[in-house]
Design a protein around this ligand. Structure first.
Ligand code: PLP
Length: 342
C-alpha cells in the first residue's frame, strides 16, 4: 500500500480544505496590540466554554503548561505530578529552567494519581523543605495511555488542594477526549482547576494552537510572560480561526477515534504475541506490549505493511487514532495485526 496509515500521533493530521478556507477568510489584526478580532472572540468563547474567566491563545501546549506553572509558583517551589506526565517527561525540563521549581513525581495508575498518594507527597512547612505549591494533573494522559480522571476524582483532588492551600493545574492537551469518555461537561473543569492548558492541534486537527485558561488576574500577567518567551503573535487570527473551526466541527468526531482504538484493542487481545489491558483503553491512545519480538522489529514489520506507530518503552508500542483514519484503514490494520501477531 502506498499511503501510510499514520498512527504515530494525533498531531499528524493536516488542515482540511474547509479549515483552510476558513483560515483564508479570517478577519485578523495585530494580536500584540490586542487587535485581532478572531483571537479576542475565540479566547472569550473557549474561556466561557470551560468555566474560566479568561483565556490566552498560545503557540503550543508546552507554552500553555509552562506559563501556568510559572504563574502559580515561586522559585524553590515543588509541583506534584505523575511520573508519566508530559511536564515531567517531554518539556525539556522547562519548569526548572524557566520557573526555578522542581517536580515531585508519584506513581499513579496509567497516569492517574490517587489523592492519598498526592497527600503523602505534600511537604511539611519547614525552612529546609521545598514548598509544595501545585498539583499538576493530565487529562487525558499521554504516556499513561489515554486514561482519564472522572468528575469525582477531579473534585476529590480539588478538595485536597483546598485543604492544603495548593493550586491545581490541569494539562488538558486532550481534554476533549477525556470529556467525551467520562461524560463531563466542559464547564466542569473550571470548577476543579485554577489553570488549564488545552490544545487544538491534537485530535481536533488544527495546525497550531493551544490556550491557557484561568482567572483574569492570572491571564493578564501571563500575557506579558508569553511576550517575554517570544510567544506574542501578530495576525494569528488565521490560526485561531482554524482552531475555532476544529472545536465546532471536529470535537464530536473524536468518538470515532475512541471506537477505533477499542477495535484494534480487541484484535490485539486475540494476538498471542502481544499483550494489552483492555481496561486501559479509554480514549484514542492505545498502548500494548510485544512478547518475544524486539519492539523495533515489530514496528518495522508494521511499517512494511504501511502502518506507522511509535516505540513507547522497551516492550511497548503506542498507537494514536485521529480523523484521517478511515474504515478501510481500520480493516487493513486489524487484518495485518491478525496476520503478523496471532
Ligand atoms: C499531554 C500533553 N501535554 C502537552 C503537550 C504539548 O503540546 P505541544 O506539542 O503543542 O507543545 C502534549 C503533546 O503531545 C501532550 O500530549
Amino acid at each position: 500500500m502506498n499511503r501510510k496509515i499514520d498512527l504515530r500521533s494525533d498531531t499528524v493530521t493536516k488542515p482540511t480544505a474547509k479549515m483552510r478556507k476558513i483560515m483564508a477568510e479570517a478577519e485578523v489584526g495585530d494580536d500584540v496590540f490586542r487587535e485581532d478580532p478572531t483571537i479576542n472572540a475565540f479566547e472569550h468563547k473557549i474561556a466561557d466554554m470551560f468555566g474560566f474567566e479568561a483565556g490566552l491563545f498560545v503557540p503550543s501546549g508546552t507554552m500553555g503548561n509552562q506559563l501556568a506553572l510559572h504563574m502559580l509558583t515561586q522559585p524553590g517551589d515543588e509541583i506534584i505530578c505523575d511520573y508519566t506526565s508530559h511536564i515531567f517527561n517531554y518539556e525539556s525540563a522547562a519548569a526548572g529552567f524557566l520557573s526555578g521549581v522542581q517536580l515531585r513525581t508519584i506513581n499513579g495508575r496509567f497516569g492517574i494519581m490517587e489523592p492519598s498518594d498526592i497527600e503523602k507527597a505534600i511537604r511539611p512547612c519547614n525552612d529546609w523543605d521545598p514548598h509544595t505549591s501545585v498539583i499538576a494533573l493530565e487529562n487525558s494522559t499521554n504516556k499513561g495511555g489515554g486514561s482519564c480522571y472522572c468528575k469525582k476524582e477531579l473534585m476529590d483532588i480539588r478538595n485536597l488542594a483546598d485543604e492544603y492551600h495548593l493550586s491545581v493545574h490541569l494539562d488538558g492537551a486532550r481534554i476533549w477526549n477525556a470529556a467525551l469518555a467520562t461524560v463531563t461537561e466542559l464547564s466542569y473543569y473550571g470548577s476543579v482547576a485554577d489553570t488549564m492548558s488545552i490544545c487544538f492541534s491534537k485530535g481536533l486537527g488544527a495546525p497550531v494552537g493551544s490556550m491557557l485558561l484561568g482567572d483574569q488576574d492570572l491571564i493578564t500577567p501571563a500575557r506579558r510572560v508569553r511576550k517575554m518567551l517570544g510567544g506574542g503573535m501578530r495576525q494569528a487570527g488565521i490560526l485561531a480561526a482554524a482552531a475555532d473551526y476544529a472545536v465546532d466541527n471536529h470535537f464530536q468526531l473524536l468518538r470515532e477515534d475512541h471506537k477505533r482504538a477499542r477495535s484494534l484493542g480487541k484484535t490485539i487481545m486475540q494476538c498471542s504475541k502481544l499483550v494489552i489491558d483492555m481496561n486501559s483503553i479509554r480514549t484514542n491512545i492505545l498502548l500494548f506490549d510485544v512478547k518475544d519480538i524486539p519492539v523495533n522489529d515489530a514496528l518495522k514489520m508494521l511499517e512494511k505493511e504501511g502502518i506507522l506507530m511509535v516505540p513507547f518503552g522497551p516492550h511497548t508500542i503506542r498507537a494514536v487514532f485521529h480523523f484521517e483514519i478511515t474504515d478501510d484503514d481500520m480493516n487493513h490494520v486489524n487484518s495485518v495485526f491478525r496476520h503478523l501477531f496471532i
